[in-house]
Design a protein around this ligand. Structure first.
Ligand SMILES: [Zn+2]
Ligand SMILES: [Zn+2]
Length: 282
């Protein structure tokens, strides 16, 4: 038998919650860590976001010795950066970390990340991270190369800004699009970004009723997030193969997530709910 071809890309969800971590009885097996996706393209790791899911990933990576890794940050809301000060490889002087992110309001990625490790929010500053850190600015329309993988960034619609990413390696494509609110010209850009992707990871934080605010439910319009219905629409328009519903609301228990996933699956066969620890090979 010929040897099985290695996957072009391996994706592992290390944190799938939005807004704030949600530990507790009702959040197994989807679990409570916030946004973080480990991506492997051969020997390279162009991983995405550093929410609390980055902490357990870091422990695992550090066990294997010094780390050489790339990290792409969609934006700087707490649920996407809170794991970085607890990322074990960042304290190892033998590790090399390249962190990519956008400049916002005149402050670059290093300056912004320094801002979360500052008195009175944190006991020590960014200087305690002993690893060899490299900060790279990535803006709307920008590209980055990690080994043979190519990543392209596009601005999403989100308060304060957020970048969506299209990552390509050996003919396979993953698109990461959170945090994103529909209903603006950014919808079209997202469809283009996701065109023909093998996997689209999408912000499905709200149900349509929560988003619209019907029947006395508080409307979440303008809060910067979307629904599974919009995820399905983008996936259909872009001809995406698999749709991972992601950035689950912290108050939603596992039953609630599975209910949403079942509804999405009826509309689109490739839809499923991302779960912490879930691995996908492309
Ligand atoms: Zn978020
Ligand atoms: Zn956000």
């Amino acid at each position: 038998m010929p040897p099985r071809k290695k996957p072009a890309m391996k994706i592992r969800f290390c944190g799938v919650r939005g807004s704030i971590s949600a530990a507790g009885k009702g959040t197994q097996p989807h679990r409570g860590n916030t946004s973080c996706v480990e991506v492997r393209c051969g020997a390279e790791t162009p991983s995405v976001d550093s929410g609390t899911g980055l902490r357990p990933l870091g422990i695992e990576m550090a066990r294997r010795g010094p780390v050489k890794a790339s990290l792409f940050l969609s934006h700087y809301h707490w649920d996407h950066i809170a794991g970085l000060p607890f990322f074990a490889p960042a304290y190892d002087p033998r590790s090399e970390l390249t962190i990519h992110g956008a400049t916002r309001r005149g402050r670059d990625v290093r300056q912004i990340l320094s801002g979360q490790m500052i008195d009175p929010y944190f006991p020590v500053d960014l200087g305690v991270l002993n690893a060899h850190l490299r900060f790279v600015t990535l803006q709307d329309g920008g590209e980055a190369h990690v080994g043979k993988a190519i990543l392209r960034a596009a601005e999403l619609n989100h308060p304060g800004g957020a970048l969506g990413f299209r990552l390509e390696h050996e003919g396979k494509v993953m698109v990461y699009a959170t945090d994103f609110e529909h209903g603006t010209p950014a919808d079209e850009r997202l469809v283009e970004l996701a065109r023909g992707a093998d996997l689209l990871i999408f912000d499905a934080q709200y149900t349509p009723a929560e988003y619209e605010g019907n029947n006395g439910v508080l409307s979440r319009k303008g809060w910067g997030h979307s629904t599974y219905e919009i995820g399905v629409r983008v996936a259909q328009q872009a001809g995406v193969k698999k749709l991972a519903l992601y950035h689950h609301a912290p108050e939603r228990d596992d039953k609630g997530i599975e209910k949403i996933a079942a509804k999405a699956k009826k509309l689109y066969r490739g839809a499923f709910a991302a779960r912490e620890g879930m691995e996908i090979a492309l």
